[in-house]
Write a protein that binds this ligand. Structure first.
Ligand SMILES: C[S@@+](CC[C@H](N)C(=O)[O-])C[C@H]1O[C@@H](n2cnc3c(N)ncnc32)[C@H](O)[C@@H]1O
Length: 786
């Protein structure tokens, strides 16, 4: 989160100097939900002159106790139902019909436990909150079952654990299927997932938009590759750059060949922040919190990222800036500075959007912690006046730019800073969050704006607009005023080098990704794929991507959208620091000996459809090329990884007859599974690999288990059986230990295992390795009999 450690130097009880209290912050007691500096910063309790009663004035005095009460409670779990609209509504109905009734009866020690509740402000009721402790869940058989269901569905990518308030920014971005969006600071990717869902909301339409998920941290960028693969999309690009100098993207008009700068319809700046809105989840923030951290982030990163976001936003486009901090220096101050510098940007009144969401208005006045300069809430001009020499003056200018201070009341009113949204923990039992929704005036508005400005200039109200001169320079991220004030050199990035400015690509030796190239649509490999699968002529053959410079099919073949293809043709991927794009389309299946040696096979094709691409590929197949299966058939595939064909679906299985007749290789099966309650009203499509006498369903084990749970009420898969066995063994061990008087030691161990299971979620995702990011689609080995 870009948090910085507090500066050392002043120990608790150490020598006092004149620098004020905030800078004396000691290494506070580990993980105590208290921090007097936090309280003093947001609400002063002492020296209670009327003006100082609340240092930042972020909420009414009367609310503070309530706020602190919630801030000290652990955060309830919240989750969203993911996927397109119809599958998400299905699963939501399943939760309501299958789980809520019996969870509403659940009691612990005779006391009724609160069932999960829908977040009333979230569209279509697709987000839920569960307010129980881990221990309560563990002890309640009903909730334990529900927890198990959540874990499986989360792993299968059908639900996503996400902090409730973190769901707000993408909703306010109003992403549609034709929009191109960039998530500038995207990892671990929960908001990117929401953008992708919006892009694919209507499964009957092929989206023309784009989602670029960017993060400057290399490891976290790979986490994005994993996270975005949960919602496979040909319209995704994952990049690994510093958002404050995000490179210009070029696109080429296919008819005229004209190259132009690409701008986004939607920009999300969910910037690194001090994170004090997440204290209910990240307890360590209580001990590390320090007002200086917010000061440091304001100009070094947050404002620079926002300014770059504004530069790459299309006129008429929408931008959301958000932080999980309550600090006005990281919030309204950044927005005010950006608005001053970009008169073509306006704050949108989002009062009517998400009407059920309780929120407070943005603030127009705040104070800046200047304790390091010896005055607690100092005035910048006075500090500069009192500086003892030029060096100190330069340091103050550098550390405390003017943009940190509030604009004049008139300016704040003109900017309508009250339109920013502040959401606090006590309002609806969540974390705290800050969101600002901005819009870039479109061309028509701009004309009006210019006219208006001319009039103003005539009237002598304003001098020429900075907007006309606004260039897309990564070297001028701060406002003209602050530039003038600061006269300090900006940190240089590689892209700031003169040759980069002239369009020459600087070799970046730190970037080691394999190249991206598109296959020749007339190549033998592409022909073999299209002929074998009988792909419709509308299949976008020219968008088949490979990861080598030779346009040759490697082990994995990807599919991208037209727009991604255009971008990849028009830009050097190393300049964009592109690390992945598109959806995994086919994987080479070349280790099935029986298949390779099979006699008489026509159009033998070694490219098998992946589970990620099955829903795209099936749209281009003639309907008779899609096999049909029943719930019994599916059960055979879930129970056994490589069932022998003759055993599939029991005695009356239809699918086995078809499988016995068709040639070996990759096939797609449609399962109609709706029983009115399982939340599977849409057919489920899965890829199969048929070998000589056996078949494998190429679906990873987590998804098998989730399907099994929905269909049969239990996990009948091999993995599920093993897990159940392990659980039973643990319980037996615990029982034995209790009997032999070692209860304490073993139950702790048991609890740890359970916790590990229940903690699978956004934060646990972060720890996942690349290995686990790979789907567990192991190619079917030829059965022993073959
Ligand atoms: C608040 S988190 C983003 C959370 C994310 N939007 C989500 O909802 O899952 C901030 C992210 O910004 C990244 N970051 C920090 N500095 C950055 C920069 N200069 N450019 C791009 N990303 C940056 C961090 O690595 C971190 O992943």
């Amino acid at each position: 989160m870009g948090k910085r450690g507090g500066r050392g130097g002043f120990k608790r009880g150490g020598k006092r100097d004149n620098r004020g209290d905030y800078d004396r912050q000691p290494a506070w007691k580990e993980h105590t939900a208290e921090n007097p500096y936090f309280t003093e910063y947001y609400k002063r309790r002492w020296r209670a002159t009327a003006e100082r009663l609340q240092a930042q004035n972020i909420m009414d005095e009367s609310e503070w106790t309530d706020f602190m009460h919630y801030a000290k409670q652990l955060l309830p779990t919240s989750f969203r139902i993911t996927g397109n609209k119809s599958t998400a509504n299905d699963l939501n109905q399943h939760i309501k019909k299958t789980y809520i009734p019996f969870l509403s009866q659940a009691k612990l020690d005779g006391v009724q436990l609160p069932p999960p509740k829908q977040l009333d402000w979230y569209p279509d009721g697709l987000a839920w909150q569960l307010n129980l402790t881990k221990a309560q869940i563990r002890k309640s058989p009903e909730f334990k079952k529900f927890q198990n269901f959540l874990v499986y569905e989360n792993e299968a990518g059908n639900i996503s654990r996400q902090e409730a308030v973190s769901m707000i920014p993408p909703l306010l971005l109003k992403m549609e299927q034709h929009h191109s969006a960039i998530d500038m600071c995207a990892a671990p990717g929960s908001k990117t997932a929401q953008l992708l869902e919006a892009l694919h909301a209507d499964p009957s339409k092929e989206p023309t938009g784009l989602v670029v998920a960017n993060d400057s941290d290399n490891k976290r960028a790979y986490l994005l590759v994993h996270q975005t693969s949960r919602l496979p999309s040909p319209n995704i690009m994952v990049t690994n750059t510093d958002a404050s100098s995000f490179p210009n993207i070029i696109t080429t008009d296919e008819t005229t060949g004209q190259r132009s700068k690409f701008l986004f319809d939607r920009v999300l700046c969910d910037v690194p922040c001090t994170g004090d809105g997440t204290v209910r989840k990240n307890l360590e923030i209580w001990s590390h919190w320090n007002a200086n951290n917010g000061n440091g982030l304001h100009s070094s990163l947050q404002l620079r990222i926002l300014n770059r976001g504004i530069q790459i936003l299309k006129p008429g486009g929408r931008l959301v800036y958000s932080t999980c901090s309550m600090n006005p220096v990281e919030n309204e101050a950044v927005i005010a500075a950006a608005l001053k510098d970009n008169p073509h940007m306006t704050l949108i009144d989002a009062a009517q959007e998400l009407p059920q969401l309780k929120r407070k208005e943005g603030i127009k006045d705040w104070k800046v912690n200047t304790a390091r300069e010896g005055v607690e809430f100092g005035d910048r001009e006075l500090l500069l006046e009192n500086a003892k020499d030029e060096r100190e003056r330069d340091r103050i200018k550098d550390k405390l730019p003017t943009t940190m201070w509030p604009p004049s009341r008139q300016e704040a009113d003109d900017m309508a800073l009250e339109r920013c949204l502040r959401v606090y923990s006590h309002q609806q039992d969540t974390g705290s969050f800050f969101i600002a929704v901005l819009e870039k005036k479109d061309v028509a508005d701009k004309k009006e704006d210019k006219e208006e400005k001319k009039d103003k200039v005539k009237e002598g109200v304003e001098t020429a607009s900075a907007e006309e001169n606004k260039e897309d320079s990564t070297k001028r991220p701060l406002s003209p005023q602050s530039q003038k004030d600061e006269q300090r050199p900006q940190k240089k990035t590689k892209r700031d080098e003169p040759s980069a400015e002239k369009g020459k690509v600087q070799p970046d030796n730190t970037f080691k990704e394999d190249p991206f190239s598109y296959m020749d649509e007339n190549s033998e490999d592409v022909k073999s794929m299209t002929e074998y699968y009988k792909l419709d002529a509308s299949f976008p053959k020219r968008n088949i991507l490979v990861r080598n410079p030779h346009q040759q099919a490697g082990r994995t073949i990807y599919l991208t959208s037209n727009l991604v293809r255009n971008i990849l043709h028009s830009n050097d991927y190393t300049r964009l620091r592109l690390i992945s794009s598109g959806v995994k389309l086919f994987v080479k299946q070349d280790n099935d000996r029986a298949f390779n040696e099979e006699d008489g096979a026509v159009n033998r094709c070694k490219w098998r459809v992946t589970n990620e691409s099955v829903n795209f590929v099936k749209k281009y197949l003639p309907s008779k090329a899609i096999l049909k299966g029943s719930p019994d058939d599916l059960k055979s595939f879930i129970e056994n990884y490589h069932p022998v064909i003759s055993t599939i679906g029991g005695e009356n299985g239809q699918l086995k007859n078809t499988l016995q007749k068709i040639q070996s290789g990759s096939h797609i099966v449609e399962f109609s599974l709706d029983n009115g309650e399982n939340g599977l009203s849409q057919p489920v499509y899965v890829p199969l690999w048929k070998s000589k006498t056996s078949v494998s369903m190429m679906v990873d084990k987590k998804e098998r288990s989730a399907l099994s749970l929905r269909l049969f009420g239990e996990d009948v898969s091999e993995a599920g059986r093993k897990q159940a066995e392990a659980q039973k063994q643990r319980e037996d061990r615990m029982k034995a230990a209790v009997e032999s008087g070692q209860h304490q030691a073993v139950s702790t161990e048991g609890a740890k295992v359970e916790e590990g299971k229940t903690e699978e979620g956004a934060s646990a995702e972060a720890a996942k390795t690349e290995e686990s990011a790979q789907p567990l689609e192991t190619p079917a080995p030829a059965p022993a009999a073959e």
